[in-house]
Design a protein around this ligand. Structure first.
Ligand code: NCD
Length: 405
């Protein structure tokens, strides 16, 4: 297959041809002498996105989301690979549950899938053993998201430090200090700032969903990595219904400051945390977001709030490098042909009824966004004009050493 058009290549927009064989980019050049060229004259071809922080629920919380519905939602938003989080019911804290989850994903995911391994006080002493048993079959991208405050999965600084010293793997941390959270619903900025400060004193980490400019600056000056989310960049406290999320939305000033410093973050991820409206009414924290992350951020590129290069680095290149996803780091010879094709002039208002998560609502109702027209995953056209062209189970378990089934 040969695709021609304008695409993002080596930090610039390049007009030419991408030659794909067996799902992999084998050549990139100005022109090709062939009649079999697929032409995208109007749009911009970007690498499909990676969302390294999603909660696809399933298991006992199928009513909120499943791997199938979450991955379908991701595909509609131009995402080709996700990292699922282990705070499921039951949680993924042992090899048996991990493998069970991977097998389920292999049968049901629309896009490529990978899964973190959870850390708790209960499994910390055996974490190396559990990891090596899983890694006989599948590669674990990271330990995490590790909670420093959580009803059932809370880990102390001491345990986190011991695990940091013991293993070499990436550890992703939800940094909010439990002692500074007086009650579940009150989570001051200090809780994040103090937790980040304490962690970087004893190790290098990947910090999830950083919400304060102060913590972002600290991480930027360290060897650790910072993830930011669209909700902390676009929404502020006291403005929307069902605003509860961990860490919370901050003041408008903090939001603006965080957005100004977008280039200091290493990764943007959605923290897709789907809850039904009924659960939100009862106070469940979290927002759906895997389908809207790329479309919302691309609209910020259109409005020249952020640069295309800063976005592609944080939604494709850096996640691939930091998590070790070989072949996923963008449009380059040797990488998978994972493309999301956008028409930048087709700006649409986000409407919950158009989205595909089981959550059934969005905090971005009415926001401008640019959704992909076409998505290719490993050289296969998976979505075009809203129509899904692949079946459940099309996605691969990323970096799987052996097929599961
Ligand atoms: C997360 C969820 O619902 O899984 N919610 C959220 O607000 N980010 C869990 C969490 O990080 O507390």
């Amino acid at each position: 297959m040969i695709i021609s058009g304008k695409f993002f290549y080596k930090n610039n927009i390049f007009e030419g041809c991408i030659v794909v064989e067996d799902g992999v980019i084998v050549d990139i050049r100005k022109s090709v002498d062939s009649n079999e060229v697929v032409n995208f004259p109007r749009g911009l071809i970007l690498p499909a996105g990676i969302d390294v922080h999603v909660h696809f629920r399933d298991f006992e919380e199928r009513y909120k989301e499943t791997i199938e519905s979450g991955s379908l939602s991701a595909l509609h938003g131009g995402i080709c690979l996700i990292v699922d989080q282990p705070n499921t019911k039951p949680p993924i804290v042992d090899d048996k549950t991990y493998i069970e989850r991977i097998k389920k994903a292999e049968k049901t995911t629309f896009i490529d899938y990978s899964l973190n391994l959870g850390l708790t006080e209960g499994n910390a002493r055996k974490i190396s053993e559990i990891l090596s048993r899983i890694e006989e079959i599948a590669n674990v991208p990271a330990i995490g998201e590790v909670f420093l405050q959580h009803r059932t999965m809370q880990v102390s600084y001491e345990t986190l430090k011991a695990v940091r010293n013991e293993i070499d793997k990436l550890i992703t941390v939800h940094a909010e200090d439990a002692s500074l959270i007086p009650e579940e619903s009150v989570r001051p900025k200090e809780a994040e700032i103090v937790a980040v400060r304490r962690c970087i004193e004893f190790g290098d980490f990947y910090f999830c969903h950083i919400s304060t400019p102060e913590a972002l600056e600290m991480i930027h000056r360290s060897k650790s990595f910072a993830e930011v989310t669209p909700h902390h960049l676009l929404l502020s406290a006291g403005k929307i219904e069902f605003e509860r999320v961990n860490p919370p939305l901050r003041s408008e000033n903090d939001r603006i400051e965080l957005l100004k410093n977008f280039s200091k973050a290493d990764v943007i991820a959605s923290d897709h945390a789907p809850h039904t409206i009924e659960d939100k009414r009862e106070g469940a924290p979290g927002f759906p977001g895997v389908e809207t992350i790329y479309p919302l951020m691309l609209n910020l590129v259109r409005k020249r709030v952020i640069s295309l290069r800063d976005l592609v680095e944080r939604i494709v290149v850096n996640p691939a490098k930091i998590f070790g996803f070989k072949g996923y780091s963008g449009i380059e010879i040797g990488n998978y042909a994972n493309f999301a094709m956008f028409d930048l002039s087709d700006v649409r208002k986000i409407k919950a009824e158009d989205l595909h998560s089981k959550a059934g609502w969005t905090p971005y109702e009415g926001f401008d966004a640019i959704f992909p027209k076409t998505v290719f995953i490993r050289g296969i056209k998976a979505l075009e004009d809203g129509e899904v062209l692949v079946d459940r189970g099309f996605g691969h378990i990323c970096m799987t050493k052996t097929r599961m089934t």
